[in-house]
Ligand binder design. Structure first.
Ligand SMILES: Nc1nc2c(c(=O)[nH]1)N[C@H]1C(S)=C(S)[C@@H](COP(=O)(O)O)O[C@H]1N2
Ligand SMILES: [Mo]
Length: 560
């Protein structure tokens, strides 16, 4: 193949369109110049579509509705459009106005894409510069929206980084596939060594043409797929968030005021009440389960006299209670942060189980989440009078999606892996000897009572502090049993009692503080707690597996 246009070109206009008078008067150009332009335009459209599709996918995966370029541009347009035009659009399109807007945005983006394609074929740097400018404009639209943050620019930037190389590459293929005779693409056509022919009678061009059409088609399909998946993920998250907001109005959630005296308010210590956004999150869900209260059902089955199925309204109408409970993860290291305290609103699990009337031989409840995770909880822990809940609220808000919306279990005194099923949809009354649950099949203990533990929050490990009185503070916990004493040991001396925060219930952690007269030098600080029923926290070090870490939290502090 060579780049000369005239070699085997007996004149093959395929589409019978009139010849372009601006062009050199080769009859065979009648068909070829147009495809070249059409194809560079198509390249631009495909590239911009892919960029947007990828951006939608990233925005959906980040669960950031505000970062969706389509939503941002649509919302922005709705905001800036003059009132009379909006009114006209609504009277013209009625409830299809969003659809019409979407269509309008698609048309404008296609024109921009076509322009970018032409520009790239004419001079690659110009095309690339235009693309960068476009990403910048789109990013500034996203940034100008209310409730966006810097991370919301990530989808646009990723989309741009994908779209630009695709633009350059595809325009190259377009030129190669359509002949080099477009006056504006001659240079790059030469670069690509095109056959210079667009007719089906030329095998080389035919191949190049097929390559182009397949690439463009494939990229468009990819764009649509990425965009659809992104909108689908992001959209259903949006639906679930909207139903959370409705619930916040519909159900009676308490204000999560911290009771007097429980929080010693030592500067830099962790607050007694953990805000939802700071609450540790542990689960196996790569994709968050997305369930609305309308779709949610709870099945109670197994060793029961009566199988029961509850919907959300039926659950709520059983009566909500509010309970402070400190949740802890079995994987928490001594001194670790996989623990948090919240005000949970929900229905006692015992009330729900009573509807089904468990049989006498049952000793466990296997609870299962919407995404198929499960755990086994002693039936006793759910029925012995402690505040085990099917929780719908957390700190006065509907459960955050990450923490199990719309319904999760909370059992005081047991690690989360054997009790705290999020997105719970089934309670199977059963026997421990007849099932294996998610973590027990992976070597963790069948039973997971929380071990008494304590932690130093301030000063931080290896902090430098000034000599004099230093407040040492933290928390201690033995949920469902309570903390009676916390002691501090300095440099291996004797145990000295710390001051304790007020006790509201045995189910939460308890804060402690100790005024330490610190002399200059390097010092070691340790803490241990004793439960209300007299168990002293052991200093024997154990790793979290298989049933929870033990040992005393120890830090070193540099006093100057
Ligand atoms: N559906 C589901 N629920 C789950 C888990 C899970 O992986 N899937 N992890 C459990 C574990 S190990 C813990 S410690 C708690 C953590 O709850 P949180 O993420 O709300 O803090 O949830 C429990 N509930
Ligand atoms: Mo956990």
């Amino acid at each position: 193949m060579n780049a000369h246009p005239n070699v085997d070109a007996p004149g093959a206009p395929q589409d019978g369109r009139p010849s372009n008078g601006r062009r050199r008067n080769w009859s065979r150009l009648r068909g070829s110049a147009a495809p070249s332009r059409r194809w560079t335009a198509l390249s631009g459209v495909a590239a911009i579509a892919l960029g947007i599709g990828v951006a939608e996918l990233v925005a959906g995966a980040m669960s950031r509705a505000a970062a969706s370029p389509i939503a941002a541009v649509g919302d922005w347009f709705i905001e800036v459009v003059p009132g009379w035009l909006a009114d006209a659009a609504i009277s013209l399109f009625g409830t299809a106005d969003k659809l019409a807007l979407g269509f309008g945005i698609a048309v404008v983006l296609s024109l921009i894409g076509a322009g970018a394609g032409f520009l790239t074929a004419w001079a690659r740097p110009a095309g690339v510069a235009a693309g960068v400018l476009l990403v910048g404009v789109a990013a500034s639209v996203v940034a100008s929206r209310p409730d966006t943050s810097g991370t919301d620019l990530v989808p646009m930037l990723v989309g741009g980084c994908v779209a630009l190389p695709v633009l350059v590459w595809l325009v190259g293929r377009a030129v190669a596939g359509s002949g080099n005779d477009d006056d504006r693409s001659g240079r790059s056509a030469g670069e690509h060594g095109s056959s210079g022919h667009d007719g089906p009678d030329s095998a080389g061009t035919d191949v190049a043409r097929r390559v182009f059409l397949r690439s463009a088609g494939g990229i468009m399909a990819l764009a649509v797929a990425a965009g659809a998946v992104g909108r689908w993920i992001g959209g259903s998250r949006g639906v679930v968030e909207a139903s959370r907001e409705e619930l916040a109005v519909d159900i009676d959630l308490p204000s999560p005021d911290v009771p007097p005296g429980v929080d010693l308010q030592v500067p830099d210590a962790e607050p007694w009440r953990t805000p939802n956004e700071d609450f540790y999150r542990i689960d196996t869900a790569f994709q968050l389960p997305l369930l609305t209260p309308e779709d949610w059902r709870l099945r109670i089955r197994g060793l029961v006299e009566q199988e029961v199925e509850l919907d959300y309204d039926a659950l709520i109408s059983m009566g909500l209670v509010d309970r402070w409970v400190t949740l802890a993860c079995v994987s928490n290291q001594v001194g670790g942060s996989l623990i948090g305290n919240a005000l949970w609103t929900g229905v006692p699990v015992a009330d729900v189980l009573a509807l089904a009337r468990p049989l006498a031989e049952a000793d466990a409840v296997l609870s299962t989440s919407h995404d198929g995770w499960n755990c086994g909880t002693p039936l006793e822990a759910l029925t012995d009078g402690r505040d085990s809940l099917l929780a719908v609220g957390m700190n006065g808000e509907p459960l955050p999606v990450e923490h199990g919306f719309p319904v999760r279990m909370v059992v005081p005194g047991l690690y989360g892996y054997v009790s705290a099923t999020k997105w719970v949809v089934e309670l199977e009354v059963s026997r421990f000897d007849s099932f294996d649950a998610y973590w027990t099949t992976r070597g963790w203990s069948e039973r997971g009572p929380i071990k008494v533990s304590s932690r130093i929050d301030v000063p931080r490990h290896q902090a430098r502090v000034a000599a004099g009185t230093v407040v040492v503070a933290g928390s201690a916990w033995a949920q469902n049993r309570g903390i009676e004493r916390v002691e501090v040991k300095i440099d291996g001396g004797g145990w000295q009692s710390a001051d304790l925060g007020a006790v509201l219930t045995d189910d939460t952690w308890r804060q402690w503080a100790f005024a330490w007269e610190a002399a200059p030098g390097e010092h070691a600080l340790e803490v241990r707690a004793t439960t209300a029923d007299g168990e002293e926290q052991t200093g024997v070090v154990a790793q979290p597996a298989p049933d929870g870490a033990t040992g005393w939290h120890r830090i070193s502090v540099n006093v100057a």
